[in-house]
Design a protein around this ligand. Structure first.
Ligand SMILES: [Mg+2]
Ligand SMILES: [Zn+2]
Length: 196
């Protein structure tokens, strides 16, 4: 499933793309799920980081597991409201998320979209006409990193959200780059990614 902030995507030249997990990367995570717009609070520096990516010409896609829908904790209208809050907060920071891909299923559903499956990432790559090989995928959970690896993309672990636990538990792809948060990851990305 997919929500687009805007339907117009420049078709002429291959876009540069960054794929982000949502909870624990952009906003503070909660073990009780983010069930309402009021519970969505950005991690300091994350919106400004996305704005820097936008200004550098990156498309920014979010791929997020939202099993709270499958569990009946909140509905699609509420997810839309949460994402509207996110988009508005980002617009105020001068940034933009170009598309949100989400999996609404629980693990029991054995769908193909829930991370660590890579289907949402592939969908993002198709949507923006980008080969995932060089695409940074930023997440705080093992399943984000495994999905990145399965998609052939670049796994990046941030230590916000569940990131510290993920780092302690290990088992993530060897190629994983690790940064304190999205702001640091973005600085590193922009430092070694010269503008086209
Ligand atoms: Mg997360
Ligand atoms: Zn799914």
């Amino acid at each position: 499933m997919v929500q687009f902030a805007n339907e117009t995507v420049a078709p002429t030249r291959a876009a540069r793309l960054v794929i982000l997990d949502r909870d624990g990367v952009i906003n503070h995570d909660s073990d009780q799920f983010i069930k309402s717009p009021e519970e969505w609070h950005p991690i300091p520096g994350s919106l400004e980081a996305i704005a820097r990516l936008s200004h550098a010409g990156f498309r920014v896609a979010v791929c997020t597991n939202q099993s709270g829908i499958g569990r009946g904790l909140f509905d699609m209208a509420t997810l839309n409201a949460i994402h509207n809050r996110m988009h508005r907060a980002l617009a105020l920071a001068g940034g933009r998320i170009d598309a949100v891909f989400f999996c609404p299923h629980t693990a029991d559903a054995r769908c193909e979209c829930r991370k660590p499956q890579p289907a949402m990432l592939f969908e993002a790559g198709r949507r923006f006409g980008v080969d995932l090989a060089a695409v940074p995928c930023v997440g705080d959970s093992l399943r984000d990193l495994l999905a990145a690896e399965a998609a052939g993309a670049r796994p990046i672990l941030v230590l916000t959200g569940k990131g510290e636990k993920t780092l302690r538990d290990g088992g993530f792809p060897k190629a994983t780059a690790i940064y304190p948060d999205l702001a640091f990851a973005t600085s590193a990305l922009l430092a070694d990614d010269p503008a086209p």
